[in-house]
Design a protein around this ligand. Structure first.
Ligand code: ATP
Ligand code: MG
Length: 364
């Protein structure tokens, strides 16, 4: 129903969407998640043509909406959008807000628009507010009205851009309940959200956006429980990551130790854990790998999970097979083992750096 091919969106200083191709089926309920600035809003705005794509095509029900000859008004009637900031008309009552578009754009009579508007207000639980003005209502109520207004056009597709993130926490639930009911009606929904439990509960598909596009597309089980790709896993587990690259024997060792300290401070890693991270890095990289490798090509990645208070140090390096647990010098290995609870070595023929040593930093 929505088919996107090689969509690219360039702004003067940034290219949030590099090359997005995806198909969205009728009735899909898709949660769009990902770090700030990864193009989630841009994707929705391109689909709705609030933004003009720089390159690529978007078909909605077989109509190429990127074609300049396309009748945008007609396409937009079948596609509603709900924003973080409701966008209701303050000088109109609730029911007038809802009646406006069906009368103007669908040619409905006042009576028809009113009857349908009242029916929709009942479904979002706000029939008694029909004659109030938006500023007389709470944020959660206003957002439910904004959803009713969108539904009044009877769209097949509804795009939500963070519909609950401007709301007081006590009102998030009532808006989510309305969207949850909508998800069962067979309409196609795309919802940008930072509420992971909500995303998991309502969607059949999740897009994790990163690196200029849809980085991983899967079921909620896949994305939340078994993410296949690195950045997805880090985002879901809220990992704090530091990556260090060493390309020669004369690297700035003290500068790097400083970077580790800074990273530990910034992420409030407990002092003892931070000390062990630094010790493990120094012992493995400085004492064991640098002397052993003819031309060092080392990448060290520290991942800290605040929720689990656990840190993992993964070190990948090129050169012939070198397992520090078997080939490293004994004294360094002892020191290393005092800082980490286990050391796992793996050799991957296909990897860019074929050696990998993974260690869990001791916590207690
Ligand atoms: N109209 C614009 N002009 C220039 N740059 C823009 C414009 N709109 C968005 N951007 C930039 O494009 C990038 C993607 O923005 P977008 O709003 O799509 O991100 P997002 O994933 O929705 O982030 P958030 O989670 O913070 O809402 C950002 O770097 C943003 O600054
Ligand atoms: Mg956004």
């Amino acid at each position: 129903m929505i088919k996107i091919e090689h969509l690219k969106k360039v702004y003067p200083n940034v290219t949030p969407l590099k090359d997005v191709s995806v198909e969205i089926n009728d009735g899909d309920v898709i949660s769009v998640i990902g770090p700030s600035g990864t193009g989630k809003s841009t994707l929705l705005r391109c689909i709705n043509l609030l933004e003009k794509p720089t390159e690529g095509h978007i078909w909605v029900n077989g109509v190429d909406v990127t074609d300049p000859k396309c009748d945008l008004g007609k396409v937009r009637q079948k596609m509603g959008m709900v924003f973080q900031s409701f966008n209701l008309f303050g000088h109109l009552t609730v029911i007038e807000n809802i009646m406006l578009a069906p009368m103007d754009l669908l040619g409905k009579s006042k009576q028809e628009a009113y009857d349908e508007g009242m029916r929709l207000l009942r479904t979002v639980g706000l029939a008694e507010k029909a004659l109030n003005y938006p500023d007389e209502l709470s944020g959660g109520q206003n957002q439910r009205i904004a959803i009713a207004r969108t539904l009044a056009m009877n769209p097949d597709i509804i795009l939500f851009d963070e519909p609950t993130s401007a709301l007081d926490p006590t009102m998030v639930g009532e808006v989510q309940a309305v969207i949850r009911d909508l998800a069962k009606t067979g309409k196609t929904l795309m919802i940008v959200t930072h509420e992971m439990n909500f995303a998991r509960a309502i969607s059949n598909r999740v897009f994790y956006m990163d690196e200029g596009g849809i980085y991983e597309d899967g079921t909620p089980e896949q994305i939340f429980d078994h993410p296949q790709r690195e950045n997805t896993r880090r985002f879901i587990r809220k990992l704090k990551v530091l990556e260090l690259n060493i390309e020669n024997k004369d690297f700035d060792f003290l500068g790097m130790a400083g970077e580790i300290d800074q990273y530990c401070n910034k992420n409030q890693i407990p002092y003892k854990t931070a000390h062990r991270v630094r010790l493990a890095f120094e012992e493995l990289v400085q004492q064991m790998l640098i002397p052993a490798l003819a031309s060092p090509d080392i990448q060290a990645v520290i991942e800290y999970s605040e929720a689990e208070e656990s840190a993992v140090l993964t070190v990948r390096y090129g050169g012939p097979s070198f397992d520090v647990t078997k080939q490293g010098n004994e004294l360094s290995l002892k020191v290393l083992q005092s800082a980490v609870s286990d050391i796992a070595y793996a050799w991957d023929e296909k990897a860019e750096r074929r050696n990998q040593t993974t260690m869990h930093i001791r916590t207690a």
